[in-house]
Design a protein around this ligand. Structure first.
Ligand SMILES: Cc1ncc(COP(=O)(O)O)c(C=O)c1O
Length: 395
């Protein structure tokens, strides 16, 4: 026991999981005074006022506000979610059979993977893709199978490569569009082809969708595979209020699942946390029922920041080369300055220039020699980071 590098009692399963590089960089950054951080996708926005006011009123008037809710969520919220899903996809789902309220997409994906993975099962993830999916698959005994995206084609999906990645152990494919970390929006045609391949091989497509309202001039490119009746039965759709409603600290989202998967996921959600905090569900209901007028305001600010970060990147071609993000609020530039690897580069940049970015390697093998920058932070933080980068890497 003493010889275990993780110390006594630690399970091999936990020991092998890496801490998310995003959070690791955020923690290192917090120790560097005055660091300009582009590491964490934490929007600078406050939760919109109507949502805060609705919660305030409910706190005063509802004697049950401090109590557990049903494990799958408040019935009125599940009904509102089913209605929102119908409006946005034209697909009718049953609030009892198909809708589960989660403590955000991180917890939702976790429950879902736990529900579907036996040891040795495989899940296909885009490479680069969201760092936590990789470790979530591993912690539940699965193996992430990396599906390289084509940087030369603006991080497009390589459809031809997909069938070759499927084995008799493959259970699912996880997709994020607009993507974290590349900002890529996958087209309707591409997603339907993925859906067809998934269906042919009996795979579940897990759509983790935090950024659907951040699509800038590419709004019409956004497509939800869950809205295609042909594939809806093969899709688990997850939405979170964290980003588009600036509610990351409330920890609330929802899943639309085939009924048999909901039955499994609810048990795992109950074992983890019994229910999503009731107060956060009240906030989510207010978000769905209210007028989403904050969305255009958020998007206009993010659009300005996207333009700003692209201009600042354009001014340092000897340090970074990048693909303009189509959506979400990340850019994933390739490091062209002298460096050994993305992790050493990111740590050096923090230590020597007080700028925090996330090393690209954490997002999959194709992420090596890249960094992820989040442009949801203030304009001042973006400018400060790039003033320092320019000074650190004179042209
Ligand atoms: C793809 C993806 N999934 C999940 C999350 C976490 O979402 P939540 O706050 O809903 O857990 C993020 C946050 O960065 C994300 O980018």
């Amino acid at each position: 026991m003493d010889s275990d590098p993780n110390g006594p009692w630690v399970a091999a399963r936990a020991g092998q999981v890496a801490i998310s590089a995003i959070k690791e960089m955020a923690m290192l950054s917090a120790k560097v005074e005055g660091a300009a951080s582009l590491a964490w996708g934490l929007p600078s926005f406050q939760t919109p006022e109507p949502i805060r006011k609705a919660v305030e009123a409910q706190l005063e008037s509802d004697p049950e506000i401090g109590m557990y809710a049903l494990p799958d969520g408040l019935p009125e919220l599940r009904a509102a979610v089913a209605e929102r899903h119908r409006e946005s996809t034209d697909i009718t789902v049953d609030p009892d059979d198909n809708v589960m309220i989660t403590a955000g997409n991180m917890e939702g994906v976790n429950c879902l993977l736990q529900a579907i993975l036996d040891p040795g099962d495989e899940v296909i993830v885009t490479d680069p893709g969201f760092v936590s999916h990789i470790e979530q698959i591993r912690v539940h005994g699965g193996t992430p199978v990396f599906w390289p995206m084509d940087e030369a084609a603006d991080w497009q999906i390589d459809l031809d490569a997909l069938p070759g990645l499927v084995t008799d152990r493959t259970k699912a494919i996880i997709l994020v569009s607009p993507s974290n970390p590349t900002g890529k929006i996958f087209s309707r045609d591409t997603l339907c082809q993925v859906g067809a391949i998934a269906q042919e091989h009996g795979l579940l497509v897990i759509i983790d969708d935090p950024y659907r309202y951040f699509t800038y001039e590419n709004q019409t490119r956004y497509f939800n595979l869950a809205s295609e009746p042909e594939f809806a039965g093969n899709v688990a759709y997850l939405f979170t209020f964290s980003k588009c409603f600036a509610m990351s600290g409330w920890r609330v989202g929802y899943m639309i699942l085939p009924a048999h998967l909901k039955r499994q996921a609810v048990k795992l959600h109950d074992l983890t946390m019994i229910c999503t905090p009731r107060i956060s569900q009240v906030a989510a209901l207010a978000a769905l029922e209210g007028d989403p007028e904050h969305l255009s305001e958020f998007e206009a600010i993010l659009e300005r920041r996207r333009k700003l970060i692209c201009e600042r990147l354009d001014a340092v071609p000897h340090v970074f080369q990048y693909v303009k993000p189509e959506g979400a609020y990340y850019v994933f530039p390739r490091i062209v300055a002298q460096h050994t690897n993305s992790s050493a580069f990111a740590r050096g940049l923090l230590r020597e220039a007080r700028v925090t970015v996330t090393p690209g390697r954490a997002f999959g093998p194709s992420g090596e020699n890249h960094v992820r920058m989040a442009f949801c932070v203030s304009d001042d933080a973006i400018n400060l980071a790039f003033d320092r980068i320019e000074k650190h890497f004179p042209a």
